[in-house]
Design a protein around this ligand. Structure first.
Ligand code: ATP
Ligand code: FE2
Length: 328
């Protein structure tokens, strides 16, 4: 079976093609705003303009044509409404025109399942999913991924990007903050806000921005920002691990690329004697292969959509979805 996965929840349009379990191609084109954050209308223009050439390129790389595709999977949510709608319209049209089955995939679930595909599907980890739009600690329990802890306001990637913008660094901010943090020496105190299993970042962002305006050294500030924000994530991950007694941790999402965050999680996994996995960089950010792979899992469990069920789900939560492919 050959599956085409289409990702387009926010800044990235991406196509992945999977034959059985093999990823044949996974290519993306990212919209990078000239100024400020993502403008949904511009992101849609980007996706619309790139859709046809990028799809043609993906098919060419896989040495296939659309008639070889058996199944179409698309990112149905959560994400920016206009972006989701543009991708849903395209996916629906392709499926109708070519009489192909269609499945709608939850973007967060796809980040997790592509990670599990990579580390081994028998592994049932505590997952720390950190990206521009999400910060959550989750794990499989009684038929679903339960969200054990999450941000109460802004996600970590958004915090890093917004802070970076404030201090004059270009989008995306995460990698730039990481680079400057390496030269930081002095710790600047910032608010550490963990409430039960959840965390809050908005006060911390304001505090960091203010410190910069007051003249704090940028390297020191980046270093301190990483230490505080990542310690908060590590604390709630450790608690979820202790609560569930799972034997591994999986780090996924765009922020998973950060070496300091990896180091902190590795350290708690050693303390608890559990395995630590990081999704490889090519599969950690938004990509079409993760949508294709999760689409395959859903399709194998009868979760294909009829046309009326293909409406976008901009606020779709991970814990709403039944997961029949993990049996415990
Ligand atoms: P989602 O829709 O899943 O929330 P997303 O649209 O934000 O994801 P991703 O590619 O998963 O897209 O993540 C992008 C985020 O990852 C950005 O906020 C970016 O700054 C951050 N990021 C990328 N590399 C690093 C890094 N090395 N350190 C910290 N953050 C990083
Ligand atoms: Fe993502």
């Amino acid at each position: 079976m050959i599956t085409l996965g289409i990702e387009g929840t926010a800044h990235t349009l991406s196509f992945g093609i999977i034959q059985d379990e093999k990823i044949l191609v996974n290519i993306s084109d990212q919209y990078i705003p000239e100024t400020g954050g993502i403008h949904p209308r511009e992101a849609v223009e980007h996706h619309t303009k790139c859709f046809k050439p990028l799809l043609i390129e993906a098919l060419k790389k896989a040495n296939l044509s659309m008639k070889n595709i058996d199944l179409i999977a698309f990112s149905q949510g959560p994400g920016l409404g206009p972006c989701l709608r543009s991708v849903a319209v395209a996916a629906r049209s392709l499926s109708q025109l070519l009489s192909k089955d269609l499945v709608g995939v939850n973007h967060c679930l796809a980040h997790i399942e592509i990670g599990r595909k990579e580390i081994g599907n028998h592994i049932d980890p505590i997952v720390l999913y950190v990206s521009g739009g999400n910060s959550m600690v989750t794990g499989f329990e009684e038929g679903r991924y339960r969200i054990f802890g999450e941000t109460l306001d802004i996600p970590i990637g958004n915090l890093l990007d917004t802070f970076a913008r404030h201090v004059g660094l270009q989008h995306p901010g995460g990698p730039k903050v990481e680079k400057l943090a390496k030269n930081g020496k002095n710790f600047i105190k910032l608010p550490y806000v963990v409430k039960g299993m959840d965390l809050s970042y908005s006060g911390l962002l304001t505090a960091a921005n203010n410190k910069f305006t007051e003249g704090a050294n940028l390297n020191d500030l980046c270093y301190s920002l990483q230490e505080v924000t990542f310690s908060m994530l590590t604390e709630i991950t450790e608690r979820a691990l202790a609560h569930t007694e799972k034997d591994s941790i999986l780090l996924t999402g765009g922020v998973a690329a950060n070496k300091r965050l990896q180091e902190m999680l590795k350290s708690i996994s050693e303390e608890h004697n559990v395995n630590f996995y990081v999704v490889s960089p090519k599969l950690a950010g938004d990509n079409g292969a993760m949508i294709a792979w999760t689409g395959i899992l859903q399709y194998q469990h009868g979760m294909k959509l009829n046309l009326a069920e293909t409406k976008i789900k901009a606020k779709w939560r991970l814990d709403e979805i039944e997961i029949p492919w993990i049996t415990k």
